[in-house]
Write a protein that binds this ligand. Structure first.
Ligand code: SF4
Ligand code: SF4
Length: 449
């Protein structure tokens, strides 16, 4: 059970996690570094003057590596979200809450900044506890003030970077963006500061919805952080006389509890609050190493611990993996069909055809266009399959991301031998590959088509 609530009066009990080194913490540092680099650097990467990744919400456009996706690509967004959800399900069914411990933005935020800054300014666990207990004097005011100022600077930088994914980064950072963007930065900075200074692990324990349903996703075959009860118990307890022969390997040092950022005791078994950070593994390893014994806290599965059958292909991961493959295939097929120019042509409202004064037959169409490229385009329209047709289209210049509706008039000279309905193709060129759309030419002929 989480130790962050005082059971006597329900007040908040602050957690002072002990800093710990170890191979899993080294691995986490590497993942945090990669994720932070991705988060902070990505909004500054540009090509042809356009941010490589930008979710332009007011313009309802998503810029990704030179391509523009709009509301008509909602299916791709849905597939991406489904892929992310099922990937999380798959990883959870294999490795429990490894996402929380290694990649969750909240954990990355706390571990990269909050815990380090706090340790640098206020010291390690014992010094922080002593500082909080002591009355407010100049030293405490200085340390707390420095810590909160650092938190505010960090949370502002993180919020500015987050908003840079939605608003052009140089415009935002040179203070030339709209007031809404800075309002969002202010709001996020405030919430981030509250989280850093006060809320912290309570977010994982009480607010995060993923924590609530991860118990359903993980199963007896999932690898999670656990305590080897069989070897560890009965543990040594302080102030209690125990015969050495009655004791298990756990020396009762409580290191695994002191390092836990959510304040739980892994020796009580798998708990909802465990974020899988593996700090307790790294804490116990050197202690057991001193006695030449294997670590008491390690990655294991319930099946292994209880001596149950271990399946090579557990049902849940196989089911999630299959669904992922289906979603990924659908996504790849749709993306391969995604063109930088979106063209739709339909007959204009009104009569099917008109006959001009010179006897030519005229059909009028409306063409809807969207330039989903990062560069402007000049477009050219012609028709195929209508010998001798005259095509009348105004010049088409489309800025990046712009949409337009353009009238397209097709005239067939008097005397052309045509049926009532003649299929033909409209070819739009000017961007990468020419795009071809089917259409039909209507005439007043009594037969044919
Ligand atoms: S029990 Fe261990 S793995 Fe779980 S949150 Fe605490 S320190 Fe991290
Ligand atoms: S760190 Fe290891 S030895 Fe120490 S209390 Fe935890 S399980 Fe026992």
């Amino acid at each position: 059970m989480a130790q962050d609530i005082n059971l006597r009066d329900g007040s908040r009990r602050y957690i002072y996690p002990l800093w710990v080194k170890g191979r899993f913490q080294s691995l986490r540092k590497v993942t945090f570094l990669v994720l932070n680099l991705f988060f902070f650097v990505m909004p500054w990467l540009r090509a042809d003057g356009q941010q490589l990744v930008l979710a332009d919400l007011p313009g309802r456009k998503l810029h990704i590596f030179g391509s523009i996706f709009g509301p008509q690509d909602t299916i791709l967004v849905v597939l991406t979200l489904l892929f992310a959800a099922f990937l999380l399900f798959l990883v959870t069914s294999l490795y429990g809450r490894i996402w929380c411990g290694y990649a969750c933005p909240h954990t990355v935020f706390l571990e990269s900044f909050v815990h380090n800054v706090e340790r640098w300014i206020e010291g390690n666990r014992g010094q922080r506890m002593a500082l909080d207990r002591q009355p407010w004097d100049a030293n405490k005011i200085l340390k707390k003030g420095a810590k909160w100022a650092a938190f505010l600077a960090i949370t502002t930088a993180v919020s500015m970077t987050f908003v840079s994914w939605f608003v052009d980064a140089p415009t935002l950072w040179t203070l030339n963006a709209g007031s809404g963007a800075y309002g969002m930065v202010g709001f996020l900075s405030f919430v981030g500061f509250l989280d850093m200074a006060w809320f912290r692990e309570q977010f994982c324990n009480y607010l995060c919805p993923y924590a609530r349903f991860q118990g359903v996703l993980a199963g007896p075959q999932s690898w999670t952080v656990g305590y080897d009860k069989g070897r560890g118990e009965p543990r040594k307890e302080r102030g209690r006389k125990q015969a050495p022969d009655d004791l298990g390997d756990c020396i009762g040092c409580n290191k695994c509890v002191s390092v836990c950022p959510t304040g739980i005791d892994i020796r009580d078994g798998y708990q909802l609050e465990c974020i899988g950070c593996a700090k307790c593994i790294d804490a116990c390893e050197p202690i057991m190493g001193k006695y030449g014994k294997e670590n008491l806290v390690r990655y294991s599965t319930v099946a292994l611990d209880l001596g149950l059958e271990t399946r090579r292909f557990p049902v849940r991961p196989v089911a999630y993996g299959t669904l992922l493959a289906v979603i990924a295939t659908a996504f790849i097929v749709l993306v391969s069909q995604h063109t930088v120019l979106d063209v739709d042509i339909r007959r204009a409202d009104g009569s099917l055809y008109t006959v001009d004064a010179d006897g030519a037959t005229r059909n009028t169409f409306l063409m809807s266009l969207q330039n989903r490229d990062s560069a402007p385009v000049e477009l050219h329209v012609e028709v195929r399959g209508l010998e001798g047709a005259e095509v009348i289209v105004p010049p088409i210049h489309l800025e990046s991301g712009a949409t337009a509706r353009v009238p397209v008039v097709v005239r067939m000279p008097a005397g052309a031998e045509l049926g009532r309905t003649v299929p033909f193709e409209v070819v739009v060129s000017g961007s990468s590959e020419p795009l071809v759309r089917d259409a039909t030419f209507k005439t007043g002929a009594q037969t044919g088509g």
